[in-house]
Design a binder for this molecule. Structure first.
Ligand code: NAD
Length: 434
C-alpha cells in the first residue's frame, strides 16, 4: 500500500516509520523544512526510544521518504493520513482544527483515483463530516472515503504501542475503505490485535472517552493520595490493593504531581467543550480538569512545606522537567506550572532533565540548566523529583547528600523508599505515603 502521512510529529513520524516497517511505501510530509531536512540527514527531530534505528532501517530499505510538499505523495497514495496537531484553542478549550482543515483543503486539490483519507489526529466528533464536506465542495468529482483512525500510542513507548496495540479503532462504514484499512493493519493479525470497525463519529468519540477516562483514573488516585496523607495510609498499597481487582486494573494508578503532556490536558478540555455544546455536560470530566489544574498550582506549596516555609533565596534542584520519562515533550508538563511559581516566590531554580532541556529552555526562562543530576543538586535546599527517569532511581544518594546544602528530598513520583532515604539522613516527603 502507498501511504502519505501529512504531519511528521510524534504521531506522524512514529506511525509512518511503523507502517513502512510493516512493508508499506510511506512518504512522511511536514511543512517544517528544518524537520524534513534533519530527517533526510538521519537526525531525529524528537526523542523517542528506538525511533532512530527504525527510521534508518526503513529509509535504507527504500520504504520511507520525507517531503515538504504533499503533492506527489497524495496523488499516488492509497491512504492519506492526517497527523497534524490539534492543540487547545486559546480562550475556549475547543480543539483548534485549523491545521486539520488546511490539510483537507490541500488534499482535495491533489487526490487522484479512489483514496482513503484517514484522520489520525485526535479530533472532536463531527470533524470527519466537515473534512468530507470540505473535500467534496472543492472537488465534487473526488473519489474519497474519510475515515477516523485515532492513535493510542504513548510517547516513550510509541513504537511498541503502535506495533502491538491493545486495539485498532477504525471509524468508517465504507466497504472499500474498510478493505484498505484492513490491508494496512494486516501485519497486526500476527498478534491477533482486535480491529474495531465503528461508525466515524463513534470512533472519534472513543479517543476522547479513552483519554478522559485515563485522566480521571489518575486524578482519582491523586485525590486518594491526598487522603492517605491526611489519615496515615499508603497510596501505593491502596493502588495495589484496588488495582489487583481485574475490574479496576493496576495501570494509571500512580499518584503524582498531576497529569500533563500533549494529550490529556487538551483532550479533556475539548471533550468538556463537545459535551457542553451537545447539551450533555460531562461533570466528572469537568471536575477532573479542575482538580488537576489545582493540583499543579499547589505544587509550589508542597515545595515550601518541604523546607518549612519561605522560598525566597532558597535553591531548588529539579530532577526531571518533561511530563514523563523517555520523551523530550514538554507540552503541559507540571514543571511549566511549578517553575514560574517558584521563581515568583524568589527561589533560585536549577534543573536537569536527560532529554527535555532544549525544549524546556524555550519555556522556562530563569532556570539554570545543569549537565547532570549531581550538578543539579549542588548547594540545594531541597531536591524535587519531578519526572521518574530511570537514572534518578539509581542515584548515589550518599553523594547527593554531600552535595546539597540541606538534605531534603521531595519525591513527587514516589521513586524512593521512605525508609531508605531517612536512614541516610534525608528529610523525605513523597505523595500519599506517611
Ligand atoms: P506534533 O506537533 O508533534 O506534530 C504535528 C506536525 O504537523 C508538526 O511537525 C507540524 O509541523 C506538522 N504540520 C502542521 N500543519 C501541517 C501541514 N499543513 N502540512 C504538513 N505538516 C503540517 O503533534 P503530535 O504530538 O504528533 O500530535 C498529532 C495529533 O495526534 C494530535 O491531534 C494529537 O492529539 C494526536 N495524538 C498525539 C499523541 C502523542 O503522544 N503525541 C498520541 C495520540 C494522539
Amino acid at each position: 500500500m502507498r501511504v502519505a502521512m501529512i504531519g511528521t510529529g510524534y504521531v506522524g513520524l512514529v506511525s509512518g516509520a511503523c507502517f513502512a516497517d510493516f512493508g508499506h511505501d510511506v512518504v512522511c510530509v511536514d511543512r517544517d523544512e528544518g524537520k524534513i531536512e534533519r530527517l533526510r540527514n538521519g537526525v531525529m527531530p524528537i526523542f523517542e526510544p528506538g525511533l532512530d534505528d527504525l527510521v534508518g532501517q526503513n529509509v535504507r530499505d527504500g520504504r520511507l521518504t520525507f517531503e515538504t510538499s504533499s503533492a506527489e505523495a497524495v496523488r499516488s497514495a492509497d491512504a492519506v493520513f492526517i497527523a497534524v496537531g490539534t492543540p487547545s484553542r486559546r480562550g475556549d478549550g475547543h480543539a483548534d482544527l485549523s491545521f486539520v482543515y488546511a490539510v483537507a483543503e490541500e488534499i482535495a486539490d491533489l487526490v487522484e483515483g479512489f483514496t482513503v483519507i484517514v484522520t489520525k489526529s485526535t479530533v472532536p466528533v463531527g470533524t470527519g463530516d466537515e473534512i468530507e464536506r470540505i473535500i467534496k465542495q472543492r472537488r465534487p468529482d473526488a473519489d474519497v472515503a474519510v475515515v477516523s483512525n485515532p492513535e493510542f500510542l504513548r510517547e516513550g513507548a510509541a513504537i511498541g504501542d503502535f506495533k502491538r496495540p491493545d486495539r485498532v479503532v477504525v471509524g468508517t462504514e465504507d466497504q472499500r475503505a474498510q478493505e484498505v484499512m484492513t490491508e494496512l493493519y494486516r501485519p497486526l493479525n500476527l498478534n491477533e490485535t482486535p480491529i474495531l470497525f465503528t461508525a466515524r463519529r463513534t470512533s472519534e468519540l472513543i479517543k476522547y472517552a479513552a483519554n478522559a477516562f485515563l485522566a480521571l483514573k489518575i486524578t482519582f488516585i491523586n485525590e486518594t493520595a491526598d487522603l492517605c496523607e491526611a489519615v496515615g495510609a499508603d497510596v501505593q498499597q491502596v493502588a495495589r490493593g484496588i488495582g489487583l481487582d481485574k475490574r479496576i486494573g493496576g495501570k494509571f494508578l500512580h499518584a503524582g504531581p498531576g497529569y500533563g503532556g500533549s494529550c490529556f490536558p487538551k483532550d479533556t478540555l475539548a471533550l468538556v467543550r463537545t459535551a457542553r455544546e451537545a447539551g450533555r455536560p460531562m461533570r466528572l470530566v469537568e471536575t477532573t480538569v479542575e482538580i488537576n489544574d489545582a493540583r499543579k498550582a499547589a505544587l509550589v506549596t508542597r515545595v515550601s512545606d518541604a523546607i518549612d516555609g519561605d522560598l525566597k533565596g532558597k535553591r531548588i534542584a529539579l530532577l526531571g522537567l518533561t511530563f514523563k520519562p523517555n520523551t523530550d515533550d514538554m507540552r503541559d508538563a507540571p514543571s511549566l506550572t511549578l517553575v514560574p511559581a517558584l521563581i515568583a516566590a524568589g527561589a533560585e531554580v536549577q534543573a536537569f532533565d536527560p532529554e527535555g532541556m532544549t525544549e524546556a529552555a524555550k519555556h522556562l526562562p530563569g532556570v539554570s540548566f545543569k549537565t547532570g543530576p549531581y550538578e543539579a543538586v549542588e548547594g540545594a535546599d531541597v531536591v524535587v523529583v519531578l519526572t521518574e527517569w530511570d537514572q534518578f532511581r539509581a542515584l548515589d544518594l550518599d553523594r547527593v547528600k554531600t552535595l546539597v546544602r540541606t538534605p531534603v528530598v521531595l519525591d513527587l513520583r514516589n521513586v524512593y523508599q521512605p525508609s531508605d532515604l531517612r536512614s541516610r539522613g534525608f528529610r523525605y516527603s513523597s505523595i500519599g505515603r506517611a
